[in-house]
Design a binder for this molecule. Structure first.
Ligand code: AMX
Length: 434
């Protein structure tokens, strides 16, 4: 039976000539043009990255390897008694483009299980953080600390051939991904449960193991699987994916690259928004004495935030122009499992109230909710109420997609990333002002 690594190796052999041909024979073909607004405006929309792992359509939302999230969840094998598929199967799909069968998933589950033990020194580093630290800072540092374990670095020093970069990177990626739930659960228990620790079980899959280490009953295993799967990838230009790719492009190893991407994810305009949604909702709940506000009252809360110059967290997107399918999936999950949860009712009221207000406000290009408007609501329901922790959960999921991307970056020999900057003077000359 072929392993994931062997299957991937065959895919890489097939893909390499395609990239080579494009570069060699069609390198001068124009893909896009760049305006001054894009140069000043965060390179919004410039087509200048390539990935085959996912594609984000502004109207439809994300597809992984050409499949919608519904198709992914439908098509991936599921553990016994679970409604949500193996996260390990998603990693297989992202890497190869193929849906694995039960046996192929089991191989990856076993690989992860073998590699999950975290070295003592990582726990020592985590323990040395003050308990008032943000979990994302601890998470990023813990990942960084693992850099001394890098297979890629060791082999690079020994004279690794370029064509073999991906294999060493693959080893690093699996070693890291297998450890992330352990690291995250340890941070959670240190910060919010006085260090009480529940050990992982080598016989469980990633989602079930995470639920076990968090000490939360079913269906939190499915919640974790769903969460990690839908947060894994959102094509290449978002801050976390782009950071991971950029840092890896200098041949920094997986640990340096994923630690860096985690730092990008920790910003309130990106992954931290899920924490901000809960913080915002809690403020409203406190002001309302936990009563559900009327539509008019909720509208007033939203306007107050906008009028004080702040954004409404969980709404808007740099690429999407419709309700995020990741939001929809989590809303459907909530309707099924927690329809009467007061915080879900709050979030659902926001779904009704915010889009027309943002349209009236006239600034946001997309008034619809994104993934972060709903993910914290589910966590809260299952008892994870320390919302500072939510972006760590996002980070576990996102690491899966970015690791897959970095392995392919290495396989296809994508070079050092190095765009060109200009000065304001130059832009004024280009504009014809000077
Ligand atoms: N509330 C209020 N104003 C908003 C807004 C929101 N939710 N979304 C966008 N705007 C404003 C912008 O701040 C900007 O104002 P400015 O002209 O004064 O600078 C204007 O509308 C135009 O912005 P845009 O082109 O629509 O969005 P963008 O591509 O620049 O930014 C994003 C996208 C997500 C950062 C923005 O919509 C936002 O701040 N949303 C709230 C934070 C959030 O939910 N982030 C999570 C996104 C998903 C993720 O990465 N996890």
């Amino acid at each position: 039976k072929k392993t994931l690594k062997q299957t991937l190796s065959e895919k890489i052999d097939k893909q390499r000539p395609r990239t080579k041909k494009l570069l060699k024979e069609y390198g001068d073909v124009v893909v896009d043009q760049v305006t001054i607004a894009q140069v000043i405006g965060g390179m919004r929309g410039i087509k200048s990255l390539v990935t085959d792992i996912s594609y984000l359509d502004p109207e439809e939302g994300i597809r992984y390897r050409g499949y919608t999230l519904e198709e992914v969840i439908e098509g991936l094998p599921k553990p016994k008694g679970g409604d949500m598929p193996y996260v390990e199967g998603l990693f297989y799909l992202l890497l190869t483009g193929d849906f694995p069968n039960q046996e192929e998933v089991q191989q990856v589950v076993d690989e992860f299980s073998k590699r999950r033990i975290v070295p003592r020194f990582v726990y020592d580093v985590i323990d040395s953080f003050p308990t008032s630290s943000h979990p994302m800072a601890i998470f990023s540092t813990a990942i960084l600390t693992l850099n001394r374990e890098s297979v890629f670095n060791r082999q690079y020093q020994a004279g690794l051939s370029k064509k073999d970069y991906w294999e060493a990177t693959y080893e690093d990626a699996l070693n890291l991904l297998a450890k992330l739930p352990e690291i995250a659960a340890y941070i959670y228990n240190k910060l919010y449960r006085k260090g009480e620790r529940i050990l992982s079980d080598p016989n469980l899959d990633m989602g079930a193991n995470f639920a076990q280490m968090m000490g939360i009953e079913k269906p939190y295993d499915d919640v974790s699987r769903l969460h990690f799967i839908i947060h894994s990838d959102h094509e290449s230009g978002n801050v976390s994916a782009h950071t991971g790719h950029l840092v890896a492009s200098s041949l920094s190893d997986i640990y340096l690259s994923i630690s860096a991407m985690i730092n990008g994810l920790a910003g309130p305009l990106h992954g931290l928004a899920n924490q901000e949604v809960l913080r915002w909702l809690q403020e409203v709940m406190n002001k309302m004495d936990n009563k559900l506000p009327s539509t008019e009252e909720m509208e007033q809360f939203v306007w107050n935030t906008l009028n004080s110059g702040q954004v409404i967290p969980g709404f808007g997107h740099a690429v999407l122009r419709k309700t995020d399918p990741r939001y929809k999936l989590q809303r459907e999950f909530s309707q099924k499992h927690l329809p009467d949860d007061p915080i879900f009712k709050y979030a659902d009221l926001l779904y009704k109230v915010v889009p027309p207000i943002l349209q009236k406000h006239g600034k946001a290009k997309n008034p619809w909710p994104n993934v972060d408007a709903q993910s914290g609501v589910i966590q809260w329901h299952y008892g994870v109420k320390d919302y500072d922790f939510y972006t760590v959960l996002f980070g576990i999921g996102r690491s899966i997609g970015i690791c897959a991307n970095i392995i392919w970056d290495r396989a296809l020999g994508y070079p050092l990333e190095r765009p060109k900057s200009v000065t304001t003077d130059m832009l004024e000359k280009i504009a014809g002002i000077k």
